[in-house]
Design a protein around this ligand. Structure first.
Ligand code: SAH
Ligand code: SF4
Ligand code: F3S
Length: 430
């Protein structure tokens, strides 16, 4: 039986897809690259905003027309559960029930509807996952779930409570991958700074970064996503002493007004966030900090919005993901807070911030002009150019060849934009 998995959503979903593919292969099933070739199509889904969810339903509609057996895994599986059967889905796999995928696929031909929502995470053998999307960079999930319950967010409902993987197991996985030629690793968690807290044995993200950086052949370590009040200054301290830990921190602030931060249940103030960034920059002066912001949260007045604008100007983020507030069923904000900012106003605020951030990006990028930066060649883009990232997570495009993917090259930056930088390779195979 031929199976295809299509992935929506965050990096954690990408990692789950890689694991699911390995489980299918172990069971003797064939994983195919194209949807049309497949008998069974599994969608690994995201529910973070209404739009993300709607994309899934329209994809299900297209698959039904093609008479495919359909499986749903990921966050929409947890959110909608049995209701997905009404949409013609054959099986539903919860975010912690990956191990049930081969069984669900095999049974799907019998026409019986199946749903698996149990927690079988402990059974996953990460070090044996060979079906990875890249051959030089690996996603490594280190903590599942989230306990933070930001009032707008569905993730704690779809991913469950925080549960850390044992540090030795993670290090074994990194070791094995490094032996197989992997040089870049991204440690993943919805709240990656909570890593180890539930184990109560001294495990922490800083300790993991420190230990992993000692592994031979490991060249670059990344981590995603940080939560401000759980963030430990030990992390920039490790960054400052190791040239393997990328100088890049994704630290979503979500809003600039204390009133809204409180309504979001973010558990820090604007002032505390600013102080944290100041402290991080004192330890690692050239650190790249990126962030997420939600506009149009319930009760966001013009003054509240202005506070976000002022914060964005002050922080000089290297990248900013902006999202319009989208009420999610079951969350506290959906239950108790009226979605009272008019849609046009949300769009206006969003595009204002987009333009502001573009200007900031451009002026930060100007510092790169004429510089030579070390880049690991990542992939080829649709425009034919190759691209990679430097240690500050800056994306650089250049002419290259397939053979250089995964290799370190020196690129001279010749042109800057508000988005990627453009340059030419001046030295190959560093
Ligand atoms: N764990 C991360 C990211 C979670 S989801 C964190 O704590 O920041 C990724 C981003 O989607 C969030 O940072 C937030 O900006 C956005 N997001 C989450 N729920 C949303 C909602 N209901 N409406 C709009 N944006 C949302
Ligand atoms: Fe969602 Fe907040 Fe958890 Fe991030 S920290 S996943 S925004 S609840
Ligand atoms: Fe989306 Fe779930 Fe990730 S809601 S962002 S796929 S944790």
């Amino acid at each position: 039986m031929k199976v295809h998995i299509f992935t929506y959503g965050c990096q954690m979903n990408e990692n789950d897809t890689e694991i699911a593919k390995q489980l299918l292969v172990n069971d003797g099933l064939e994983v195919v690259q194209s949807e049309d070739e497949a008998d069974v199509v599994i969608l690994n889904t995201c529910a973070v905003r209404k739009k993300s969810e709607e994309k899934i339903y329209s994809h299900i509609g297209k698959l039904r027309k093609k008479h495919k057996k359909i499986g749903i895994m990921g966050c929409v599986a947890e959110k909608e559960k049995e209701d997905l059967f009404k949409r013609g889905v054959s099986f539903v796999i919860g975010t912690r029930a990956l191990n049930k995928i081969p069984e669900a696929v095999r049974n799907s031909q019998e026409g019986r509807k199946q749903i698996f929502l149990d927690d079988t995470l402990d059974e996953i053998e990460y070090e044996h996952v060979e079906t990875r999307a890249s051959s030089h960079h690996a996603w490594v999930t280190i903590i599942y779930g989230c306990n933070r319950f930001c009032t707008y967010c569905i993730v704690p409902y779809t991913r469950g409570r925080e549960k850390s993987r044992v540090i030795d197991e993670v290090l074994t996985e990194v070791n094995n991958l490094a032996d197989r030629g992997y040089k870049e690793f991204t440690f993943l968690g919805q709240n990656v700074d909570a890593y180890g807290k539930d184990l109560a044995d001294g495990t922490s993200l800083a300790k993991l970064l420190f230990e992993a950086s000692k592994i031979e052949n490991v060249e670059r370590l990344w981590f995603l996503t940080s939560y401000p009040s759980d963030f430990s200054l030990e992390i920039p301290q490790v960054m400052a002493t190791s040239d393997k830990v990328a100088k890049s921190i994704h630290l979503p602030v979500q809003h600039g007004s204390n009133k809204i931060l409180k309504a979001m249940n973010r558990r820090y103030t604007r002032e505390e966030y600013i102080e944290l960034i100041r402290n991080i920059r004192q330890i690692v002066p050239d650190v790249s900090i990126s962030s997420d912001i939600i506009v149009g949260f319930p009760g966001e007045s013009e003054e509240d919005f202005e506070e976000t604008v002022a914060l964005v100007e002050e922080m000089q983020f290297e990248r900013l993901n902006l999202a319009i507030y989208s009420p999610r069923e079951g969350t506290v904000a959906w239950k108790y807070l009226a979605d009272d900012v008019p849609y046009e106003e949300k769009v206006r605020r969003m595009s204002f911030l987009l333009n502001l951030q573009k200007r900031i990006n451009k002026s930060l990028n100007e510092k790169y002009l004429g510089k030579e930066v070390e880049v690991i060649v990542e992939s080829r883009a649709k425009n034919g150019l190759f691209y990679g990232r430097d240690i500050r997570n800056k994306i650089i495009s250049f002419n290259s060849s397939e053979g250089l993917i995964g290799k370190n090259v020196l690129v001279r930056v010749e042109k800057i934009t508000a988005g990627p930088l453009y340059g030419s390779i001046v030295e190959e195979a560093l």
